[in-house]
Design a protein around this ligand. Structure first.
Ligand SMILES: NC(=O)c1ccc[n+]([C@@H]2O[C@H](COP(=O)([O-])OP(=O)(O)OC[C@H]3O[C@@H](n4cnc5c(N)ncnc54)[C@H](O)[C@@H]3O)[C@@H](O)[C@H]2O)c1
Length: 362
């Protein structure tokens, strides 16, 4: 049994103490911890605690700023351009989403774009803030180049996620939160470590040819857009990845495409571009949440193609994961993650991450 259970409050506090130890402001450390814990709780382990060392390094090496707050540099009733001042991504994200929601409450829509930002965790965290005010939230970010465009052989786009959250009735919602690459890099790394082949349509080699060999994808090759190769519609994922850049890098005047620093190479500031939108359904046709409720149940109640494997809607798999965590009373982590974190804690001189006594089934 190599998984253990950790209380959410302990994960939250561990992230905060590590970040504060390297000099982050307590409020900024809390913003980061909130997003990372939400990532793990929702089941997106690739964007939670697992990534803490990256943020620690960013603050420790001073490549990411620890002092200051984001600044509005251009504004209209419905729009704003924000300078993230090279602060932690969640600090910029919260500032921009709050501003977008305020504008949407005033005039029906708030469209805020940030430059000078950093990696901000799961995009869905920000779009979902709008649900709390019965509004639609949209969030997009550009990221370091890892994706090879259709017919190309060089990585020119990030995994540029798209998230759209829309409220339904009684706290229910649609939450689409997806990378625009076929899979996350982490999944390919995992297969490589295990010595397994990857399914066709996840990545390509240095010549742009679809490959099932993870080592070829990781050395000189790259991820492919959603849809895979051209014949299976990969160009649509390629288009979506570039669309994210239209709303992020292009509107914000931040870094974009292959000009963004290489993933995990922190030799220069990231200067990411991000986009945060809030839309108030009350400015449109009445009965929005009734129709949302109908559309969601219409799909969830479909007869499944495979008996026992129900049709779900975007946000449902994450809901199932959160329910599982609630039943367990914490978030399950692989013991290797805990050991890794506790080696880091030792180096930083902070109290270790403490799992509960409960072991979790695989
Ligand atoms: N900050 C960054 O740089 C960055 C980059 C890429 C991804 N991310 C984050 O990584 C996370 C994971 O992204 P991903 O693309 O691997 O997610 P994923 O493939 O697990 O899920 C994508 C979406 O599909 C939905 N979904 C899953 N199975 C479904 C089914 N059977 N039927 C209907 N809907 C279903 C999910 O609810 C989700 O909305 C996201 O939170 C994303 O924001 C962040």
């Amino acid at each position: 049994m190599n998984r253990c259970l950790i209380l959410q409050s302990e994960v939250q506090s561990f992230i905060e103490r590590c970040m504060i130890a390297v000099g982050a402001k307590p409020a900024h450390a809390k913003s980061l911890a909130d997003v990372l814990v939400a990532g793990d709780y929702r089941g997106h382990y690739s964007h939670g605690l697992n990534r803490l060392d990256m943020y620690v390094k960013d603050i420790k090496t001073k490549i990411c700023a620890k002092d200051g707050e984001p600044v509005v540099i251009n504004e209209s009733v419905a729009t704003a351009l924000v300078d993230g001042c090279n602060l932690l991504g969640p600090v910029v994200g919260n500032f921009c989403m709050d501003l977008a929601m305020k504008k949407a409450k005033d005039v029906g829509i708030g469209w805020v774009v940030a430059r000078g930002s950093n990696h901000y965790g799961i995009a869905g965290y920000y779009s979902m803030q709008a649900l709390k005010q019965d509004m639609i939230g949209i969030c997009l970010t550009n990221t370091s180049p890892l994706v090879v465009p259709t017919r190309g052989k060089e990585c020119t786009l990030g995994t540029n996620p798209i998230s759209v959250a829309a409220p339904s009735k009684d706290g229910d919602s649609f939450v689409l939160d997806m990378a625009t690459s076929a899979v996350a890099l982490g999944k390919i790394e995992l297969h490589h470590r295990r010595g397994d082949e990857i399914p066709e349509g996840w990545g390509c080699d240095s010549q742009g040819k679809i490959s099932t060999d993870p080592s070829k994808v990781l050395t000189g090759g790259g991820l492919v857009p959603i849809g895979g190769c051209e014949a299976t519609g990969g160009y649509k994922g390629y288009g979506l990845g570039m669309m994210v850049e239209v709303f992020c890098g292009m509107l914000a005047g931040s870094q974009y495409s292959k000009h963004i620093r290489t993933w995990k190479v922190t030799d220069k500031v990231a200067n990411l571009g991000q986009c945060f939108v809030a839309i108030n359904p009350e400015n449109f046709a009445p009965g929005f949440t009734d129709r949302m409720d109908d559309m969601l149940s219409l799909h969830r109640n479909l007869e499944p193609a495979e008996p026992g494997v129900p049709v779900v809607t975007a946000g449902d798999p994450e809901r199932t994961n959160m329910k599982k965590c609630d039943e367990l009373g914490g978030i399950p982590y692989h013991i290797s993650v805990v050991n890794y974190m506790n080696n880091m804690a030792k180096d930083l001189g902070v109290n270790p991450l403490l799992p509960t006594e409960r072991k979790v089934e695989e």
